[in-house]
Write a protein that binds this ligand. Sequence first.
Ligand SMILES: *[C@@H]1O[C@H](CO)[C@@H](O)[C@H](O)[C@H]1NC(C)=O
Ligand SMILES: *[C@@H]1O[C@H](CO)[C@@H](O)[C@H](O)[C@H]1NC(C)=O
Ligand SMILES: *[C@@H]1O[C@H](CO)[C@@H](O)[C@H](O)[C@H]1NC(C)=O
Ligand SMILES: *[C@@H]1O[C@H](CO)[C@@H](O)[C@H](O)[C@H]1NC(C)=O
Ligand SMILES: *[C@@H]1O[C@H](CO)[C@@H](O)[C@H](O)[C@H]1NC(C)=O
Ligand SMILES: *[C@@H]1O[C@H](CO)[C@@H](O)[C@H](O)[C@H]1NC(C)=O
Ligand SMILES: *[C@@H]1O[C@H](CO)[C@@H](O)[C@H](O)[C@H]1NC(C)=O
Ligand SMILES: *[C@@H]1O[C@H](CO)[C@@H](O)[C@H](O)[C@H]1NC(C)=O
Ligand SMILES: *[C@@H]1O[C@H](CO)[C@@H](O)[C@H](O)[C@H]1NC(C)=O
Ligand SMILES: [Zn+2]
Length: 897
Amino acid sequence: MFGFSIQILFIVLPGVLALYDYHLLPETLEPQHYDLRILTHLNDTAQYFEGVVKIDLWVLQTTKNITLHAKNLTIDKTGISVKSSRDSNCIENVELSEKYEFYIMYLCKELNAGEKYILEIPFKGQLNESQTGYYKSSYNDTENKYKTHYLAVTQFSPTFARLAFPCFDQPNWKATFNVTFGYHKEYKGLSNTPVRKCEKHEFLEDYIWCSHEQLLRTSTYLVAYAIHNLTNAGTVTSLTHNQVVFRNWLQPKIVNQSDFSVEMAPKILKYLEDFFQLNFPLSKIDQLISPTHKFRAMENWGLVTYQENAFVFNEAYDLQEKKETNCNTMAHEFSHQWFGNLVTMKWWKDLWLKEGPSTYFGYLVLDALQPQWEWSDGKITKDLAYFFRHDATNMTRPISRDVKNSTEVLDQFSKYVYEKGALTMRMLHKILGTENFFEGIRNYLQKYAYQNVEQTDLFSSLQEVANENINLNVVMDSWTLQEGYPLITLKRDYKKGEVKVNQKRFIQQNNLQLETQCWWVPLSFVSQSDPNFEDIQPNHWLECPSNETTLKVGTSKEWLLLNPQVYAIYRVNYDEHNWKMLINTLQNEVDYGGIPKINRVQLMDDLLALAALGEQSYDLVFELFEYLKLERDYLPCERGITLLQQYGSLLKDQAAEDFNLYLKQQLTPHYRRLPKLKLIDSIEIPVNEIAFRRFIYTQSCLYNVDDCVSQAVMLNTNDSSISVPANFRQLVYCIAIEKGTTWDFQQMMKLFKNSPTPAQQSAFASGLGCSSNFSQLKEFLDYAIHSDTKSISDCYIQAVTAALKRDNVARETKQHIFDHAEMLNKKFKRKDLEPILMHMVKELTTPEELSELKEHLKDLSQFKEPVKKVLELVETNLLWLRQYSVQFRAVLLKRIY
Ligand SMILES: *[C@@H]1O[C@H](CO)[C@@H](O)[C@H](O)[C@H]1NC(C)=O
Ligand SMILES: *[C@@H]1O[C@H](CO)[C@@H](O)[C@H](O)[C@H]1NC(C)=O
Ligand SMILES: *[C@@H]1O[C@H](CO)[C@@H](O)[C@H](O)[C@H]1NC(C)=O
Ligand SMILES: *[C@@H]1O[C@H](CO)[C@@H](O)[C@H](O)[C@H]1NC(C)=O
Ligand SMILES: *[C@@H]1O[C@H](CO)[C@@H](O)[C@H](O)[C@H]1NC(C)=O
Ligand SMILES: *[C@@H]1O[C@H](CO)[C@@H](O)[C@H](O)[C@H]1NC(C)=O
Ligand SMILES: *[C@@H]1O[C@H](CO)[C@@H](O)[C@H](O)[C@H]1NC(C)=O
Ligand SMILES: *[C@@H]1O[C@H](CO)[C@@H](O)[C@H](O)[C@H]1NC(C)=O
Ligand SMILES: *[C@@H]1O[C@H](CO)[C@@H](O)[C@H](O)[C@H]1NC(C)=O
Ligand SMILES: [Zn+2]
């Protein structure tokens, strides 16, 4: 069975196929079951796999070819067989389509509709290092530095199963799987289901075959297997219906950093099972933490894989934020066990149907299990901020859009699709009300379990429980099938007690005028005399295409606020009088007049965005921002300051100094309310206060508020009795280096080089990046960028991010990035490079600077998309500098004392 020679027998037809030029497989055959046998060779000298797949095919339409997916596999076509119980066929010829990654077998005679055949294909492939398909990874022993341990693991999502075995690699072709897995007995083997039995290999000494229990009907992208010699950090049985058993596999040196994740896993699964009222159908979940991983994590059914950084938490060095983010990743992957694994989108165009709900329900899980983190408030606020900015450009696309090849499929996996998907689910939740929404979600999961769906299936399930007299399919299509979002403008007639409401698309680049797009917009009003922000189902709709309506709401003496909790994703503009009444309440009423923090954030975000388009004045903006001094919540404070910085940081010279002074004034009352920074090691800080304090201390030191800097310097003594808590260490290290001597810098360099863990390296790197002396900084940057250790080269990104924020080294840092662009392109991905380019925009204000950027980064694949984004942002910024910066500064000057 495994004796065939390695021959490439493909006839490669690049480009377009004459007969079948379509990105989806023909609908002639239905794969019902896969029997997969794979033998893996993995040692210092041999790293490959060989196998046979037997696929049970049901013929839907008579056909003379079998078309499926295969890529980078060696297939001996003479070993292929096609049989039914009463018929034997043969292969006349095979073809490979590079464009669609198809493997096409032309048969000697037709396969008859209504009959069942077994297709058997032998194959062979190299374990690759691209972290896709069936790939290899390794790690070194900490005790014995020269001993390298190997492992091999799969990453099939979205279109990589075809790299591991020939298959119908589309999510709609669900089938059952029997996996039999062969390997050297020194390894442990895992697949989606538990091992049924193991036996000795027929002739290879010390090799075993282990067959796994049958896997339930599923899509190819969710199949997974691995061989490894990792350590199990703990076997835990959950309280779920099937008493699902969890195991957690890590390399030995990080096992002691996994306690929190190991403990949370069974609780999260149990919570979701109760939440969805639908049992998790498998009997075990293995969590495999791989030293290399293409993504943060992957939800394979029963065998979830993670990148190390997304799973471990080091109490002594990591930020609280990391603990929360990791827990959120796990909740997201486990939500997928229902959204994606059980109910799967038909095609990748509707990726948001699994990513949106998994992201949103992941947030709700954290709120339920770790309420003190106040997780969803924070995430939703961030998601909204990103969404409103990103979706206001003309480079944006609908979240549901057709994709026609592997590159386009992979591109769907963007922050934008995940987050707009989550916000869309949240909007549905609030439109329907909690009870109806969950009833609808449960019905949907029940109805479509083990099947495939399109977005209309979700909307129809929700429609059945909706009280609303609206057509959810029509309403929601306006949000998912088109890009962008509307600006809703309210014009009140205070005498008549009426409000005129209209919509138009909000686009950043100064043209709010005629747009043919429109949305179905839910309208919920809150008035000053009845500030009920909880009971928020819409009272009215703005229809599409009818784009203007007049309503009777509110009395003349009170403000109106549209869109409580910002549950629907649009911006709002009011007339000046209404804005002023809102501002007055924020400034003067107890608890901001009941206006919740998420709306306070949005009022600032909207007004600044409107002013940047000339739709409102900066007088009004700064009037609103006066209230920030009184703000007691982290989210509005953080967003308010960050929003101002987006514009203020573009100013130069005296204008920049004026802006800094203004922010210093804004921060001072906050800084004075907090305990002295010097005492940070001696006071217990509630977990929900950590981020707020870190933010205020960091910003206050940046803008030289009171004694912030000298307090921070005091903390960084060599006195070992003072230990700075992990959450505040970066801040203290940063000041220590910025204000310190060459000796201080060299000391920290030494500490950095001797740090054994990425968490420690990262803390020191963020300090080193704060050096105000470029020749010092350069020593560190050169060291980091040339390192072969990933965790060290990652510190380059961190350090230049810090440096680009500092005027005195920003220019030289920019040059350093340009000089090493090719290396960066090799070592990093576009999502790592985008943030550093975004921090460069301040240095990109002349045509020369722009052409320098384009010249240095041209032809570098990972920079291509980030450069496009930066150029767009630069253009927007330049426009703002020309049109509005003078007014911005003039009003700001009036506020400085
Ligand atoms: C590595 O594996 C190959 C294939 O199984 C085998 O032929 C070879 O002897 C192994 N090498 C070592 C050093 O064990
Ligand atoms: C395979 O057969 C189907 C249906 O019989 C046909 O539509 C398709 O074009 C064929 N594919 C190729 C590559 O000839
Ligand atoms: C596929 O094979 C080509 C040529 O051997 C190789 O360059 C490429 O890295 C492989 N792709 C993957 C994903 O393994
Ligand atoms: C493991 O050690 C070897 C030999 O010292 C080295 O070449 C390799 O880069 C190390 N691998 C990792 C993942 O650290
Ligand atoms: C798959 O394996 C199960 C045992 O787990 C066995 O009962 C079943 O018959 C197998 N299915 C096929 C189609 O061979
Ligand atoms: C597997 O790990 C154990 C314990 O960590 C070790 O003793 C053994 O040598 C390892 N085996 C291989 C093949 O790496
Ligand atoms: C986006 O807008 C800019 C400036 O208005 C224009 O130059 C560019 O071509 C537009 N891009 C697209 C994709 O429409
Ligand atoms: C995928 O499709 C896009 C858009 O049609 C095209 O630009 C790209 O080159 C294609 N990629 C591949 C690998 O065929
Ligand atoms: C509605 O939109 C259309 C097209 O964008 C525009 O021509 C029309 O003036 C708008 N009507 C109102 C009442 O705003
Ligand atoms: Zn996901």
